[in-house]
Design a protein around this ligand. Structure first.
Ligand code: ZN
Length: 400
């Protein structure tokens, strides 16, 4: 059995030990030591990193009750000098202790129990057995948690004999029955935990809830402690400074400035739409003036090379509002579009005109007797297609 030095002293960063077993975890060489300061992954806390005799420890896992140090390379000899990555460990100790404080604060403020915990490389989460927590509740929880930090309460851990467990105000029942380790934040929280923690709450630094999301019957709380919370504050402060500079306003005026921009944006869009309508109407007038007559019907036929189908549709709509009109428009983009329409008083089925056009240029479509649209086919044959449609129109009018 490996003596786990981090239980007694989570601040121990260097130690001497002997290799008592060699093996592999996956393809990587791994060793078991007689004693270690390396924390193996477990209880929601990731494994430590560091070195044994200068060789990187890439993972630490408990397999069959043994603590395996997974190495980047084979390690010769028996005696090792171990050093753990303290910046990483200290960060995890801050987050993990912060989690105990936050979980107890949720119990006290909202009666919400923590049912899950995950500690990741950039953020940590707890899952609560409640949903619909109000913003004011979250703020009260955060206030209480940070007050406990500022009170700099001591944090103790010890192994408790089974007989004593029942007398302790444990936040959650322990997952193990033997060798139960209890972590106590003086006068605030008491819970069974095998992880590493700071020795006083002040070392946790700020505790900040940054996200809440509902997951079924639970709520996932994402939070940051210590350096992570500071880095987040710095990043957000920089963002606010950039916004203030761009909007040339004070911090408290950012939202009003955005309101103003949105209002301006709406007004500009309205003006643009009006200008577009005016332009379309002008273009419709020009087309109307250039229409050629078939009998008493004015026929407007035009192949566009750079107008969108939507714009062509709107022009066709305007023109067919005028009595005695047939409109035949084509857009010759990559995928050609044909629009054939007529005013109500013209006794012609424009679907027949569309059919005649599609026979020339390919493509297909359909519609109603007074409005038909088609697409596809050969863009180089659109002029011929519209000529064929005009022929069909002449036949139809002759018959009526
Ligand atoms: Zn813990």
């Amino acid at each position: 059995m490996t003596e786990r030095l981090y239980y007694a002293d989570p601040y121990l960063t260097e130690f001497e030990a002997r290799i008592v077993k060699r093996g592999h975890v996956g393809d990587a060489p791994a060793v078991v030591l007689d004693r270690t300061a390396f924390y193996p992954e477990g209880g929601g806390q990731p494994a430590d990193r560091g070195t044994l005799n200068g060789i990187p420890v890439v993972d630490v896992q408990v397999v069959d009750g043994r603590v395996w140090h997974v190495l980047a390379d084979e390690i010769p000899g028996t005696d090792v000098y171990g050093a753990i990555d303290w910046a990483r460990r200290r960060d995890y100790m801050q987050q993990h202790t912060g989690q105990h404080i936050l979980s107890q604060a949720f119990v006290r403020v909202a009666g919400a129990a923590t049912v899950g915990f995950h500690l990741g490389a950039t953020y940590a989460t707890i899952d609560l057995d409640q949903t619909g927590l109000a913003d004011a509740t979250l703020e009260a929880v955060e206030r209480l948690a940070n007050r406990v930090v500022l009170e700099n309460r001591s944090v103790h851990s010890r192994f408790v004999p089974p007989g004593e467990l029942a007398s302790l105000p444990l936040r959650r029942p322990p997952k193990v029955q033997q060798d139960v380790r209890v972590v106590e934040i003086e006068g605030f929280d008491c819970s069974a935990c095998g992880g590493t923690h700071v020795r006083a709450t002040g070392e946790v630094g700020s505790i900040k809830i940054v996200k809440t999301e509902r997951r079924g019957d639970e709520t996932r709380i994402t939070f940051l402690c210590g350096e992570r919370a500071l880095a987040d504050y710095a990043r957000k402060h920089a963002l606010v400074q950039r916004l203030v500079a761009r909007l040339t306003c004070g911090e408290d005026e950012i939202e009003r400035a955005i309101d103003r921009l949105e209002e301006e944006h709406r007004a500009v869009r309205r003006a643009l739409r009006e200008a577009e309508e005016a332009l379309l109407s002008y273009e419709a007038d020009a087309l109307w003036a250039s229409a050629h007559p078939i009998g008493h019907i004015r026929v407007i036929s035009r192949v566009y090379r750079d107008t969108s189908p939507d714009r062509a549709r709107r022009i066709a709509q305007m023109l067919r509002d005028r009595p005695g009109t047939v409109v035949m428009l084509a857009c010759g983009a990559e995928r050609p579009q044909l629009i054939l329409a007529r005013s109500e008083d013209v006794p012609v089925d424009v679907r027949l005109l569309l059919q005649a056009a599609c026979q020339i240029c390919g493509g297909r479509g359909g519609g109603r007797p007074d409005w038909a649209q088609g697409g596809g086919g050969n863009p180089d044959r659109l002029e011929d297609a519209l000529r064929a449609a005009a022929e069909t129109l002449r036949d139809q009018l002759a018959r009526s």
